[in-house]
Design a protein around this ligand. Structure first.
Ligand SMILES: NC(=O)c1ccc[n+]([C@@H]2O[C@H](COP(=O)([O-])OP(=O)(O)OC[C@H]3O[C@@H](n4cnc5c(N)ncnc54)[C@H](OP(=O)(O)O)[C@@H]3O)[C@@H](O)[C@H]2O)c1
Length: 520
């Protein structure tokens, strides 16, 4: 363990006088799991880019906490390498050095109370040198097995209650996964609530930090053409796809404990459902928006997990072709059991029992080794009466669809029908595209930049509230339990590079719908 005197000295206020920050008070961000993959690929580059944009508070400090023995210098070097490798922008030495000057490292065990006492003393010393209160933001970026001891030790060392009830109160950012079922999510919430008030807690779902996900609220509520038709009278169905082309790679051991439903559906996909379907909030404040999301999640009917007849399909990828290359099946991946029943694909049909959505199915799916990496929300509208354009050979017509492309190539597409130029009347579907890159340029902030800044300024709008995560788990857990008891029965396979198993198509055919084939 070591500390650095330069990191504790307020000699060089961060970006003197230049800051146009959103009002964060003096802040120390403590990252637990400082030697980890997320820290290197996302958190450190996000801090650098916030510094680059003058969005860090003038008195900003960063402390890495981990089990590995390491000096401040070695930690700063690893951070510099991470920033250079993963930042969306070129790292400029003068900006990086201002961050590095205020960066230090503390080695200790996550279950070692004495290490947290040292951490408190280190933060107290920073504050004493600065002669002003400093808020602490604790970012838990470790595997979930150590979330609980970290939270308990933050409480035991008096770090959770530092400056409680003032604008400088501590905050805790908790990474996903938040539990693995309803019982464990509740237990984790109880541990959190023993040490922190809900207003101090920032549960991450990085999808909420994505520009297009935030734009969803703007599209819905700032455009008068969409909101009047956003209901059961005009919408035929909604399809939400979160698809990956990659397989599990070297993370088979981890994935065996997770699966597509826990990894993608319970969190990211359900967030997209609630933002798409919720009622207009009374304001853009965090509680107003999160109240509406929770109401929506509670209105979703319990899912019937019965294979072949129910609302849920699960499958595993078999071998196949991705980009012309032969790929291996899931059960042959490293760290995966020969008889694994972990689903790499899951699809659900959701029924929302409220005034707006009664009778409109929401189809959601997520999987690995699918045909394309794409996350999108497609709102498919009802067809007009077929009186005028009924001859199928002349009139190629598609259902009007609004597609919000969350990633990659963020944007919005409207599928319309149009006359083909010529001397006779023939029609075909056409697409109207809005692309973020074309309109705003390609260098938009990464989700983690927005989320770290929001935690520092105390805006929890883009974070998950405790009751929200429980509402989502309440819906999903019975399905996971049913699948557990079925073992491999009802578990389908699909060829890598396809769009999933036939049974997932059949889930839609029952209601005369078809999955979209997402394309650019
Ligand atoms: N990586 C991503 O892209 C990503 C994306 C979304 C969410 N997340 C979430 O973010 C968190 C961190 O992910 P990560 O990929 O950075 O994890 P990681 O690299 O596996 O672990 C992060 C750090 O935690 C410590 N650690 C690892 N295993 C531990 C164990 N069994 N007991 C105690 N400490 C342990 C290690 O730090 P020390 O040895 O220095 O203590 C390690 O460097 C996880 O909750 C993950 O689900 C990650």
């Amino acid at each position: 363990m070591s500390t650095s005197s330069s990191s504790e000295s307020p000699r060089h206020p961060f970006l003197d006088g230049l800051s146009k920050h959103r009002g964060a008070p003096p802040t120390v961000v403590v990252i637990f799991g400082a030697s980890g993959d997320l820290t290197a690929r996302k958190l450190i580059p996000a801090v650098y880019n916030l510094g680059h944009d003058n969005l860090l508070p003038p008195e900003f400090f960063l402390i890495g906490f981990g089990r590995k023995e390491m000096g401040d210098g070695a930690f700063r070097k690893s951070c510099a390498e991470a920033a250079r490798e993963h930042s969306r922008r070129e790292v400029l030495d003068d900006i990086w050095e201002r961050v590095a000057d205020h960066t230090s490292y503390l080695a200790g065990g996550y279950d070692e109370e004495a290490a947290f006492t040292k951490l408190r003393k280190k933060i107290d010393k920073l504050e004493k040198n600065l002669d002003r209160p400093i808020q602490a933001v604790f970012y838990i970026s470790t595997p979930p097995s150590v979330f609980k001891p970290i939270l308990q030790n933050l409480g035991a060392a008096g770090l959770a209650r530092r400056h409680a009830g003032t604008p400088h109160a501590s905050k805790v950012v908790v990474e996903k996964p938040f539990g693995r079922d309803l019982a464990s999510a509740r237990e984790l919430n109880e541990v959190i609530r023993r040490e922190f008030d809900e207003q101090q807690v920032y549960r991450i779902d990085h999808y909420l930090g994505k520009e297009t996900v935030q734009d969803l609220l703007v599209q819905r509520f700032a455009n008068s053409i969409f909101e009047p038709i956003w209901n059961r009278r005009y919408v035929d169905c909604v399809q939400i796809t979160v698809a990956e082309e990659l397989g599990v790679g070297s993370r088979g051991g981890y994935y065996e404990q997770s699966g597509a439903t826990r990894d993608m559906i319970q969190n990211h996909t359900m967030q997209l459902v609630s933002l798409t379907a919720m009622e207009p909030p009374v304001s853009l404040g965090p509680e107003a928006i999160r109240d509406e999301k929770v109401k929506l999640l509670k209105a979703i009917q319990p899912l019937n997990p019965k294979p072949g007849e129910g609302d849920a399909v699960r499958a595993q990828y078999a071998e196949g072709l991705i980009g012309g290359q032969k790929t291996t099946g899931y059960r042959n991946e490293e760290g995966v059991a020969d008889d694994s029943s972990t689903e790499t694909y899951a699809a659900f049909r959701l029924s929302i029992n409220n005034w707006r959505w009664e009778g409109v199915p929401f189809y959601i799916r997520s999987g690995k080794r699918l045909a394309r990496r794409v996350s999108e929300i497609a709102v498919q509208f009802k067809r007009p009466p077929g009186i005028l354009f009924s001859e199928a050979d002349r009139f190629d017509l598609a259902a009007n669809t609004m597609v919000i492309q969350v990633q990659p190539d963020e944007g919005l597409t409207l599928l319309l029908n149009s006359k083909i130029p010529g001397l006779e009347t023939r029609t075909q579907p056409v697409k109207m595209h809005f692309r973020y890159k074309a309109t705003y340029g390609s260098n938009t902030p990464e989700a983690y930049e927005r989320l770290i800044l929001d935690a520092m300024v105390g805006d929890s709008t883009l974070f998950i509230r405790g009751d929200e995560t429980e509402a989502s788990w309440k819906l999903i857990t019975p399905v996971l339990e049913a699948w557990d008891s079925l073992g491999n029965r009802g578990l389908e396979t699909y060829a890598a590079g396809s769009w999933g198993p036939l049974t997932a198509d059949q889930l839609l055919w029952k209601r005369h719908h078809q999955w979209r084939r997402p394309s650019l």
